[in-house]
Ligand binder design. Structure first.
Ligand code: ADP
Length: 420
C-alpha cells in the first residue's frame, strides 16, 4: 500500500498505534494535528512535523486518541489496536516502585536485562522504558551490549550512558559522553572471552558511576542485549546478568528462554515474560548488515547528512596500532603458565598495511601503551579510506579535524566503504 503524496489523515482511538515503514530511498513526514501521542515513549509535539528516512519502521502510540497526518511514500501504514503497551507500562510502573524504594532506603534502583530473539523489539522496549523513567525525572543508565548493531557506539562496540533527556522523536537518544568499549567484531562469538570481559568491565564502571550520584543510582540500569540466545549466547546472557547483578530479566516473546532462565538463575532474580509487539518487523541478514552500515554512516555524516566529517593523512609513525586477541595456539606451544584463553584478550601490535583499507578504527582514550588499553574506553572512530605504503601514511575519515585526539588506535574487523 502506498499513501498519497498529498498526505493522509489517520484517526487513532485510545490505546491504538499507527505503524508505518518508509519506502526505500523515500522519506515520510508526520504531524500530530490533534490529541496526544508518543513514539517509543517520547511525546510528540502538536503541529510539529517529523521526518523519517528510507527504511525507517515507526510506531506512533496514543493512550487517549489522536489524529496523525502522514505525507510521503510509506511501504505500509496501518492502525493497530493490538499492542503490548499496557504490559510495558505496567513493567515501567513496577520499576518505578523499585526506584521509590531505593530512594527511601538509599539503595540501588532496579537493574534490568532485556533479552529475547532477534527482532522482537528489545531496543524499542528499552527506549520506551528509559523514556518513561526520564519523563518522571529519573536519570537511568541505558547500556547496550549488542555488538551487532552498536546503537550507542558503532557495531563492534558495547556502550552505556546516563540518560537525562527523552529520546529525540526522529534521531533517538542524544549521545553525550557515552562510555564505549572496543570489541572489534560484530558477533560476540568471534571472541567470547573478550566480549564477556568487556561486559564485566562496563558493569563495574557503571556501578562506580551509580555510587557517585544518588539520582542515577536509584534510577537503575536497563541493559539491551543481542538476539543471540542459544549455546554460548545463552551463557553470555547469564554472564551479563551476573556482571550487572540484575534484579529483573525481561524476556520478550520466548517462553523457552524464559523457562531456561527461571531454572538457571537464583531466585532473587525476577524473570518476566513479555509479549512482543505485532508491529516489530523482522529483518533479513542483508537488512541487518545494511543497518550496521547505516549506523556507521550516521556516525560520520549524521542522520540527515548534517555532519561534515574530515579527511586527512596520518603518518604510520605518529600512531600506535593494535588488535585485540591473537590467534589461539595449542597449549603445548605456549609458554609455561599461560593459558590459551589469555591470547584472546591480549593486545597485539599491528603494522599498517594495505589490508587496513576500509576498516573502522577505534581511538582509545588511553594515553600511554603501558595502560590497560583493552579495558580502557574509546573516544571515537575513524575509517581508513586510503593506505599509501610508499609514503607510509594512511588517510582517515574522522568526525573531528586533525590532529587525532590520541594516538593509540585499535583495529576492528568491521569495514565501511565511504561512498556518498
Ligand atoms: P530488536 O532490538 O529486538 O532487534 P527493535 O526494537 O530494533 O528489535 O525492532 C525492530 C524494528 O521494528 C525496528 O526498526 C523498530 O523501529 C521496529 N518496531 C519496533 N516496534 C514497532 C512497532 N510497534 N510498530 C512498528 N515497528 C516497530
Amino acid at each position: 500500500m502506498t499513501s498519497e503524496d498529498e498526505g493522509e489523515e489517520f484517526r487513532l482511538q485510545a490505546n491504538s498505534e499507527l505503524r508505518f515503514e518508509v519506502e526505500s530511498k523515500a522519506s515520510v513526514e508526520i504531524e500530530m494535528v490533534d490529541g496526544q501521542a508518543e513514539m517509543f515513549g517520547t511525546e510528540l509535539a502538536k503541529n510539529k512535523k517529523y521526518q523519517y528516512l528510507s527504511g525507517a519502521k515507526v510506531a506512533v502510540f496514543t493512550w487517549h486518541g489522536c489524529t496523525i497526518k502522514v505525507k510521503g511514500k510509506t511501504e505500509v501504514a496501518y492502525i493497530s489496536k493490538e499492542t503490548p503497551m499496557v504490559t510495558y507500562v505496567n513493567t515501567h510502573a513496577a520499576m518505578e516502585q523499585m526506584r521509590e524504594r531505593a530512594d527511601a532506603e538509599n539503595t540501588r534502583g532496579p537493574r534490568m536485562l532485556v533479552v529475547g530473539p532477534q527482532d522482537v523489539g528489545k531496543s524499542s522496549f528499552c527506549r520506551i522504558l528509559v523514556n518513561y523513567a526520564v519523563r518522571l525525572g529519573r536519570s537511568p543508565v541505558l547500556a547496550d551490549i549488542d555488538v551487532g548493531q552498536g546503537s550507542l557506539g558503532l557495531p563492534g562496540t558495547i556502550g552505556a550512558m546516563v540518560v537525562e533527556r527523552t529520546a529525540d522523536v526522529e534521531e533517538g537518544f542524544q549521545q553525550t559522553a557515552p562510555l564505549i568499549f572496543h570489541y572489534g567484531h560484530n558477533n560476540p562469538n568471534d571472541n567470547l572471552q573478550l566480549y564477556n570481559m568487556l561486559v564485566s568491565r562496563m558493569a563495574e564502571i557503571i556501578s562506580v558511576r551509580c555510587e557517585q550520584s544518588k539520582k542515577v543510582n536509584s534510577s537503575g540500569v536497563i541493559i539491551n542485549t543481542a538476539g543471540w540466545i542459544r549455546g554460548a549466547g545463552y551463557e553470555s546472557l547469564k554472564q551479563a546478568a551476573g556482571a550487572f547483578e540484575v534484579d529483573v530479566i525481561c524476556v520478550l516473546d520466548q517462553e523457552r528462554l524464559y523457562n531456561q532462565l527461571k531454572g538457571d538463575l537464583p531466585d532473587f532474580v525476577k524473570i518476566v515474560l513479555l509479549p512482543k509487539s505485532g508491529g516489530v518487523v523482522e529483518r533479513s541478514k542483508a537488512a541487518r548488515a545494511e543497518a550496521r552500515d547505516g549506523r556507521i554512516r550516521e556516525y560520520f555524516y549524521g542522520l540527515k547528512n548534517n555532519f561534515f566529517p574530515h579527511s586527512f593523512d596520518v603518518k604510520f609513525n605518529d600512531v600506535k596500532m593494535f588488535k585485540v586477541g591473537a590467534p589461539s595456539l595449542p597449549e603445548s606451544c605456549l609458554p609455561l603458565g599461560t593459558k590459551a584463553q589469555d591470547s584472546q584478550t591480549k593486545l597485539v601490535p599491528t603494522l599498517p598495511t594495505n589490508s587496513l583499507l576500509h576498516h573502522v578504527l577505534s581511538v582509545s582514550a588511553a594515553t600511554a601503551v603501558d595502560q590497560d588499553i583493552v579495558e580502557t574506553n574509546v573516544l571515537g572512530f575513524l575509517v581508513v579510506t586510503n593506505v599509501d605504503m610508499d609514503k607510509s601514511t594512511f588517510t582517515v575519515l574522522s568526525p573531528s579535524p586533525r590532529p587525532l585526539p590520541r594516538n593509540i588506535l585499535l583495529v576492528t574487523d568491521i569495514q565501511y566503504m565511504d561512498i556518498k
